[in-house]
Design a protein around this ligand. Sequence first.
Ligand SMILES: [Zn+2]
Length: 66
Amino acid sequence: MKNSTHRHSVFSSVDRGFTDAVSRDENRAAHGNICVIDTCKCGATRRINVNGTHIERGAWIVAVSQ
Ligand SMILES: [Zn+2]
């Protein structure tokens, strides 16, 4: 595994409805509209709440395959 050097990047993304805060650093202005779910080639995912110009970006979460 090369996890120490791998930098996640957006391979594909889909828009979903807002469900919940995605970051501990909440931006309430970004809540209530859509949630973009980015997926990296390695399978990691990142959720971003977007509401107009307001953005709340979550951290990449590496999928555990066990
Ligand atoms: Zn990755």
